[in-house]
Design a protein around this ligand. Sequence first.
Ligand code: HEC
Ligand code: HEC
Ligand code: HEC
Ligand code: HEC
Ligand code: HEC
Ligand code: HEC
Length: 297
Amino acid sequence: MKIYLGFLLLLFSFHANSFEYINKEGKKREIPELHHILDVPLLDKMKPPKEFELGENRTLQCITCHGIEDIEDTPIDEVDKDHDNFLRGGRYRKLTDFCYNCHQKEANTRNNIHILLDEQDQIIEHKCKYCHEEVPDQNKEKTLDEIKLRLPAEILCYGCHLKTPHLNSIDHLVELKDKKLKQWKHTTKEKNIYMPLTKKGKIMCVTCHAPHQKGILKASLPAAKQVEDVALKEGILYKKHPWAEVYETDKKIRLAEFNQKTGENLTLEYKRIKAEVLLRLPAKNGELCLSCHTFDY
Ligand code: HEC
Ligand code: HEC
Ligand code: HEC
Ligand code: HEC
Ligand code: HEC
Ligand code: HEC
């Protein structure tokens, strides 16, 4: 398995808010919001030491990685992180050394989980199971309740992405209401497109982003409508713009405030989007934005 550990470490040092959800056995689970995924089976090639206790069907449970009794029933902020066995195997000088108990050291290119077709255009089933409990039928429309994701859709992306992959993302994770809600209802119906909201009506990453490579879902499904004007492994492409400097100066203050508020250290460059992937509608011509925003303000 190739993973880009550097990026992930950033994520683990991010301070944890917790997130509660009910798992499929009906049990209440609380985990830090930005945390390694649970309940997935160990891959055959992973051979951690014996003390990494696995759950039923060799799945990852709290006690697999943490040597603290009752951790599952302890409120997140009361867990003793200084305990010698907080992470199995004792104290590690570097967190990556802990990861290498299961993951291979080769690292440095991130395994793009969204690339779900192999060279023969067959789906790579074990990748589906990173997010789904079972491999879903590609031809069937499913609601968020029916689709059985391993983690609720609103936190599914945080294991690998930050809450702030781009400047406007965090401001958008709010309840959609009034005029914007009306516009959203209108557009999604008119364009027969899927832009799901959380149970509480809030915007989440998958409201704007499709999680799958194009070609996974049957083309006629609303959830299959997405932009992919470049191979997924290229990612979103930008081109330099002559106005970049003006734009950056203009945004400097806002950015400083944002960094202070979130404890981040984002920098910004004005770039035009050249090619887009994993978006439900194109953003470069404003279509995506206009599915909620209207022009009259
Ligand atoms: C695959 C391994 C793995 C599994 C499974 C796992 N954890 Fe963790 N957990 C980690 C790692 C790695 C960290 C980050 C440690 C660090 O930053 O030093 C962590 C951090 C934490 C923290 C501290 C968060 C903070 O920063 O305050 C808590 C609490 C925690 N885990 C609870 C749990 C609970 C509860 C479960 C089961 C529901 C669980 N973990 C399952 C690997 C795991
Ligand atoms: C006890 C074993 C174990 C430990 C320790 C562990 N992981 Fe994992 N990790 C897994 C398993 C199992 C999966 C799911 C593999 C799959 O289905 O592809 C996984 C998946 C992942 C993925 C997504 C897989 C992908 O395809 O890119 C990332 C990223 C990841 N782990 C990072 C980490 C990091 C960072 C650490 C250390 C802080 C860590 N893991 C420690 C077992 C572990
Ligand atoms: C990165 C996480 C992720 C991976 C990997 C993933 N999915 Fe999904 N899938 C989701 C999310 C989130 C939803 C719900 C939102 C949506 O439908 O777009 C979903 C929904 C679906 C749906 C229901 C679509 C509808 O009509 O609403 C199907 C079918 C599906 N996935 C099939 C697959 C298959 C097959 C694979 C593997 C080839 C796969 N998924 C891999 C995250 C993922
Ligand atoms: C309101 C719509 C919207 C929401 C919500 C949203 N995004 Fe985006 N995202 C976009 C658009 C548009 C782009 C491409 C242009 C850009 O970078 O601004 C993008 C780009 C990205 C990129 C690529 C960035 C790069 O520079 O390569 C990642 C990764 C990403 N989003 C992840 C997320 C995650 C994770 C969330 C949830 C925390 C999220 N997005 C929420 C609209 C959205
Ligand atoms: C197992 C880890 C993992 C999970 C979970 C995951 N992603 Fe990604 N995502 C990646 C990797 C790796 C890339 C490739 C680009 C990179 O390295 O940042 C990527 C790329 C993207 C991009 C395109 C950025 C670009 O320019 O290539 C978007 C948008 C995105 N992810 C959104 C999401 C959303 C939305 C979710 C939640 C449904 C999600 N991701 C869940 C690992 C993950
Ligand atoms: C799913 C609906 C949705 C989509 C799609 C969307 N927005 Fe928003 N946007 C919102 C909501 C909701 C707010 C918060 C408004 C509030 O606080 O009342 C917001 C706020 C904003 C703001 C802050 C100013 C304001 O109006 O409050 C900007 C700027 C913005 N969006 C730009 C964009 C851009 C650019 C795009 C396209 C890339 C986009 N939005 C796509 C729903 C959306």
